[in-house]
Ligand binder design. Structure first.
Ligand SMILES: [Mn+2]
Length: 332
């Protein structure tokens, strides 16, 4: 019997609209046998209405968009949208496997691993950087993790991962940008319970709590002793950290990558600087920029991002000439 699979994403007004549109277009185009799978988009805060044009475009890609207000407790903590939406979807959407997708993903090939081998409950990637992670008892972040473990009910304190970019061994901390769960395990529902205990009603986003949503998922997985399938490096690939990755994790073309994870529509405040997305793509080390997938993404971004001003055009012409980068010692 074949396994049914459905995909969920969040869309709100602003750059998330552009991100969702690129994500679903790339999904429909590149995901092979998954490309006609059901994709559901949700706006779950009262404010931040999605524009009618975006809804129409989403529909043109066969994506059902709905407004269901689920996040009324933390209107100023948008990251709570993820667990609250995921828990809702786990109850409301009938599929064996549910995959939550961040809007800031772009797909380039078939995500076969989303089907999960039968013995696994969840598929995910380790976090890229240590950040708030804890290496154990003597780590300054340990207190937070012990508080979190207590809330989530974690008994086994020996679950660790190695971060993909800075290669730190830390208490299990996974990236919540791409998460596939076996729906009948109830992992998303338990995630909601953890975040609701962790955050006081009305909590706003701060530097300290930015990763609470993701660490809450990690602790929930540990508490449930869920069997985690580690997706291959081509899943949830952090292109902005490509150059900092160890060679074992680094990939050399979008043809080898299933999906990248990167904000590609954030406008740059300094109008005299090169555009961030251009810099990210053009400075990836030992990366094949001649492939069809690369060209497709580049031209999509060129069309859908603001046109560079004259200064940016000049700077980008000079900055990306061969050999220039080696003259800039502060560039990695
Ligand atoms: Mn993201």
């Amino acid at each position: 019997m074949s396994v049914s699979i459905a995909f969920i994403l969040c869309t709100e007004c602003g750059s998330l609209e552009q991100e969702s549109l690129l994500m679903v277009e790339s999904f429909r185009r590149y995901t092979g046998s998954f490309k006609d799978s059901p994709l559901f988009s949700f706006q779950i805060r009262e404010k931040n209405n999605v524009s009618p044009e975006t809804i129409q475009k989403l529909e043109s890609f066969g994506v059902k968009h709905q407004k269901v207000v689920l996040n009324s407790k933390y209107p100023d903590y948008p990251l709570a949208n993820k667990p609250l939406l995921c828990a809702y979807a786990e109850q409301a959407i009938d599929a064996d496997i549910l995959v939550f997708l961040d809007s800031d993903l772009v797909f380039f090939s078939e995500p076969k691993e989303f089907s999960l081998p039968p013995e696994y409950d969840i598929g995910i990637r380790p976090e890229h950087h240590k950040m708030i992670g804890s290496a154990g008892a003597s780590d300054p972040n340990e207190e937070y993790w012990m508080r979190l473990y207590n809330i989530a009910g974690v008994k086994d304190l020996n679950r660790f991962v190695t971060t993909t970019v800075d290669q730190q061994k830390i208490r299990a901390f996974w990236n919540s940008g791409v998460v596939a769960v076996r729906r009948n395990k109830g992992i998303f529902t338990a995630w909601k319970q953890t975040i609701e205990q962790l955050l006081e009603e009305g909590t706003t986003t701060t530097k300290e709590n930015w990763y609470y949503e993701q660490s809450a998922l990690s602790a929930t997985i540990c508490a449930m002793t869920a069997k985690v399938f580690n997706f291959s490096p081509g899943y949830n690939y952090p292109v902005h950290s490509h150059n900092a990755m160890p060679p074992s994790e680094r990939l050399s073309s979008f043809e080898e990558i299933v999906c990248i994870h990167e904000h590609l529509f954030r406008p740059r405040k300094e109008q005299y600087r090169e555009r961030t997305w251009v810099k990210t793509l053009k400075w990836m080390k030992e990366f094949d920029r001649s492939t069809p997938n690369y060209k497709w993404l580049y031209s999509y971004l060129q069309t859908h991002n603001p046109t560079p001003n004259f200064i940016q055009q000049m700077l980008e012409t000079i900055l990306f000439l061969p050999g220039i980068k080696s003259l800039l010692p502060y560039r990695k």
